[in-house]
Design a protein around this ligand. Structure first.
Ligand SMILES: C[S@@+](CC[C@H](N)C(=O)[O-])C[C@H]1O[C@@H](n2cnc3c(N)ncnc32)[C@H](O)[C@@H]1O
Ligand code: SF4
Length: 446
């Protein structure tokens, strides 16, 4: 059962955004998310906005879906233009679900052609689809590559039959190396999704799944702790005592085992649940979410974000089809984020990624709340030196523009001279704002 949507203010039927959304849009990356809300079978743990044929009942048909989606893309490009946003080609496109590959490859190609027509696709763009291993074959994957897809993300989940059975997965473990090989032969990058902490899964089972995934030599791997979502079949089974509740300590042990095995195989950790073969094979689309970029999310229940305005579509495919057929925005509601909410979300999202959060995003009192024993530097990630005590008021660089007296650097930045004429001035790169050259910044003792 899909979860209930968040609350927000009504979204206008013409899709017009407040002027603030367009400000600076030319400087921001733009991506497109396309949601495909269909699955053949619902996995017992999943509360995504997806529908099996029986759950849809008399709802919207899959056959008309690509055409409806293309109408939303046309509506979206027009709404952004009318709202004054810069014309930007999509640097990433992501088809998620649901199971996008339940539709014919020609439908996915048609929706991608819609993105190309309405916004353009930037040279070197990343174009991904999620896929269930038993929903594709070699020919299907070739068609995707020919249509412009560059990457496929398979829901592998586990290599152990009893774990797959508890998760209600329908594919056989042997299917995964096969589809990975076909994807490679088609020229697609490959990512695999694994789930750990399934009831009944032992550390040995988990290691077997990791080994099987690594034997496929994926370019990218996501490992998710099993979340027991309210309202799912799995939650009901746990409530009835049929299967055990996932154990937090076992989750932690499995996470550490994953990190060790993946690092040993040359996959570098770059986000809480994600590892990549190289910088180039990281999921650029997901990184754009974590960095607060702009994206249009099309399809039932899809979320969008442009310049601090977030909105989400009606969830049911029938309600979505009705809105699209009436030429109205499929958005159910939206919220205009305040500066403080945007900052809080930035803290929450950027602390997930390996590069961390630039320390100056935190208010001075928040920075000082970081325990002295915790590593600090230009960001909350990366290699860091011990936190210094707060500098004496007389020595803080109150006029250092970005740091405003709260610089973590020792010796402290004490002065800023725009013309660089202060005696003893050095030209430095600020450690709080990597890459920002601060001509005239002077450091005590430097
Ligand atoms: C849309 S599915 C991927 C494509 C396809 N539908 C499939 O399952 O093979 C996205 C991924 O979310 C993860 N996922 C979904 N529900 C989850 C849950 N309750 N706990 C942990 N991971 C979950 C699974 O790893 C799944 O592969
Ligand atoms: S196939 Fe994927 S989207 Fe569909 S129910 Fe299973 S996990 Fe959810």
């Amino acid at each position: 059962m899909p979860s209930t949507p968040p609350e927000g203010e009504p979204a206008p039927a013409d899709g017009l955004l407040p002027a603030s959304a367009a400000e600076g849009s030319g400087e921001r990356d733009f991506g497109v998310y396309i949601h495909v809300p269909y699955c053949r079978v619902r996995c017992g743990y999943c509360d995504f906005n997806t529908y099996t044929a029986s759950e849809l009942g008399g709802g919207a048909s899959q056959a008309g879906y690509a055409a409806q989606l293309r109408r939303e893309l046309a509506f979206g490009a027009d709404a952004l233009r009318r709202s004054g946003a810069a014309d930007r080609a999509a640097s990433t496109v992501f088809f998620g679900g649901g199971t996008p590959t339940l539709l014919p490859a020609s439908d996915l190609a048609a929706m991608l052609a819609g993105v190309r027509e309405e916004w353009g696709i930037a040279p070197g763009a990343e174009v991904t689809t999620e896929a269930n291993p038993d929903s594709v074959d070699a020919r299907y994957l070739r068609e995707l590559a020919e249509a412009g897809f560059t990457r496929v993300s398979f829901g592998m989940q586990s290599a152990v039959p009893h774990v797959l059975a508890t998760l209600d997965r329908t594919h056989a473990p042997e299917r995964v190396p096969l589809v990975v090989r076909w994807a490679r032969e088609a020229g697609l990058q490959v990512s695999l999704d694994l789930i750990y902490g399934t009831p009944g899964e032992s550390p040995g089972d988990w290691q077997r799944s990791l080994d099987a995934a690594l034997a496929c030599e994926p370019d990218h791997l996501s490992a998710y702790a099993l979340i027991v979502e309210p309202g799912t079949k799995l939650a009901a089974r746990i409530r009835r005592g049929e299967v055990a509740e996932p154990d937090d300590d076992l989750h932690a042990e499995m996470y550490e085992a994953a990190d060790a095995a993946l690092a040993a195989a040359g996959l570098e950790w770059y986000e809480i649940s994600n590892w990549s073969r190289s910088l180039e094979t990281r999921s650029r689309h997901n990184l754009a979410y974590w960095r607060g970029a702009d994206w249009w999310g099309a399809g039932p229940g899809a979320h969008s974000h442009v310049g601090g305005v977030r909105w989400w579509n009606v969830k049911h495919p029938r309600a979505y089809a009705d809105r699209i057929e009436a030429g109205a925005s499929p958005a159910l509601a939206r919220e205009v984020l305040s500066a403080e909410t945007r900052r809080t979300e930035r803290v929450l999202l950027e602390t997930r990624i390996a590069e961390g959060l630039p320390i100056p995003v935190l208010a001075p009192e928040e920075r000082r709340a970081i325990p002295a024993s915790s590593p600090t530097a230009s960001s909350t990630g990366g290699s860091r030196s011990p936190a210094p005590p707060a500098p004496p008021a007389s020595e803080t660089g109150a006029s250092c523009p970005p740091c405003a007296g709260a610089c973590w650097r020792t010796p402290w930045c004490t002065a800023y001279s725009p013309d660089g004429t202060l005696p003893g001035v050095c030209r430095v790169s600020c450690v709080c704002f990597p890459g920002a050259s601060l001509p005239g910044a002077r450091f005590l003792g430097a």
